[in-house]
Design a protein around this ligand. Structure first.
Ligand SMILES: Cc1cc2nc3c(=O)[nH]c(=O)nc-3n(C[C@H](O)[C@H](O)[C@H](O)COP(=O)(O)OP(=O)(O)OC[C@H]3O[C@@H](n4cnc5c(N)ncnc54)[C@H](O)[C@@H]3O)c2cc1C
Length: 384
């Protein structure tokens, strides 16, 4: 891995922008196909939205992506391809649901809410299951009702199709916990396609049998770093791309103090960020409109570390969902041997936007207060 300031002028067949899972994977495949590549990464580190932090004894906590689904999922297959196996997320005991501060234990497919709400939500979930089967995963825009489903949010659909307050609250929780997004921020079509990617609507929020079942030994950042080994010499950090000049024959990719020239460019950064790059000539209108319309979601993940996973001794999984707290979902993220105790919590949508405006110290105090409130017992405070 090089610092771009030591290599301000680069040439390769293909220039790749971004060194997260997508950029590193693209670089590896192109190199295997015999092309020369150069990966340009704005940060001084690799991995993008995958990042681990060591907590001693060779253990890590994961600040970015962490959970994956079944052994045949792309994530699991990618991990195994570089010799990194997975371990199961702890899922023994009861889950908790927090309803206006009242904590109840539950097991099985759905929390204990009123039978009417459960039936209402169950019927809506079945309809979503039926609708998602009409959506081709690789080309969701080709679904027979794509235009209609993409023109409304899952929340407007919920309001028309779920009558009970409790049923609507369950749907809201499902989207917030499963997609880390507010239901009024995502289209119905996106939810259907997302559910196809996770192997079913309910799998989005399920540990055993769902997308939260597994974690990589040593963390997902270890996977991306292992993948990056074979393109380390072609990777440049500190290289924030600001401009792409392109013709049929060449591309010139540049940023502060550097220029990379190649025949093709692969842009792997999130679409809204790709829209900030200056293109010469400008991109076709339809592509430009795409980057104007896609937004980044608002989600904050935080981790609370305890000496022990006290919830396990109390017969709890560590999983909490909440209708009322801004902390919508909590999961057990302990290392494989169960020590220290680690709870991962998610705040999404408007509360995440509010929280992001606080100073780091205020945010930390808020997180401590709320992580205690959303677990079964109020520990004095997390250790970290
Ligand atoms: C908190 C959090 C938790 C998550 N949890 C999970 C999970 O449990 N399971 C799961 O499957 N997914 C999870 N995700 C999603 C997952 O992390 C992402 O889908 C995945 O990491 C995206 O990889 P990527 O390579 O497409 O993009 P990124 O990881 O975003 O990589 C893009 C890279 O491009 C760089 N870049 C940006 N702009 C420029 C520029 N102008 N020039 C050069 N470089 C640039 C960025 O610095 C970054 O390194 C989570 C995401 C977050 C944020």
């Amino acid at each position: 891995m090089h610092d771009i300031s030591d290599n301000p002028s680069i040439e390769a067949d293909v220039i790749i922008i971004g060194a997260g899972f997508a950029g590193i994977s693209a670089a590896r495949e192109l190199k295997q196909a015999g092309k020369t590549v150069a990966v340009l990464e704005a940060r001084k580190r690799l991995g993008g939205r995958s990042l681990s932090r060591p907590i001693g004894d060779g253990k890590v906590v994961e600040l970015g992506c962490e959970f994956h689904g079944q052994p045949d999922s792309i994530s699991a297959v990618t991990g195994r391809s570089v010799g990194i196996e997975a371990h199961k997320v702890y899922d023994e005991g009861y889950r908790l649901i927090d309803d206006e501060g009242k904590l109840s234990r539950w097991k099985g497919a759905a929390p204990k809410v009123s039978p009417a709400a459960l039936v209402d939500f169950g019927q809506a979930a079945l309809r979503i299951e039926r609708m998602r089967r009409e959506v081709p995963q690789e080309a969701p825009w080709k679904a027979p009702h794509a235009v209609q489903w993409d023109s409304e949010t899952i929340w407007s659909w919920t309001q028309r199709n779920i009558r009970t307050k409790g049923g609507r609250a369950l749907m809201k929780l499902m989207i917030e916990a499963g997609m880390a997004a507010s239901p009024s921020d995502v289209s119905l079509l996106h939810v259907l396609n997302y559910a196809n990617g996770t192997g079913g609507f309910r799998a989005m929020t399920t540990v055993t049998g769902g997308t939260l079942e597994n974690r990589f030994l040593g963390g997902s950042h270890g996977v991306v770093m292992r993948l990056a080994e074979s393109v380390a010499d072609e990777t440049y950090v500190g290289a924030e791309v600001r401009r792409i000049e392109h013709t049929d024959d060449y591309v010139k990719v540049s940023g502060p103090g550097f220029m990379a020239t190649g025949r093709r460019v692969v842009v792997t950064i999130p679409v809204p960020l790709a829209g900030r790059i200056e293109y010469d000539p400008v991109l076709p209108g339809y592509r430009d409109q795409l980057s104007q319309r896609l937004t980044m979601g608002s989600a904050i993940k935080y981790l609370a570390l305890y000496d022990e996973p006290f919830w396990r001794a109390e017969g709890l999984t560590g999983q909490v969902i909440s209708h009322s707290s801004p902390v919508r979902a909590v999961l057990d993220s302990c290392p494989p041997d169960g020590t220290p105790g680690v709870l991962t919590a998610f705040v999404t949508g408007s509360p995440a936007r509010e929280l992001a405006r606080l100073s780091p110290g205020e945010r930390r105090a808020w997180c401590w207060a709320n992580s205690s409130a959303s677990t079964a017992r109020r520990p004095d405070s997390p250790t970290t």
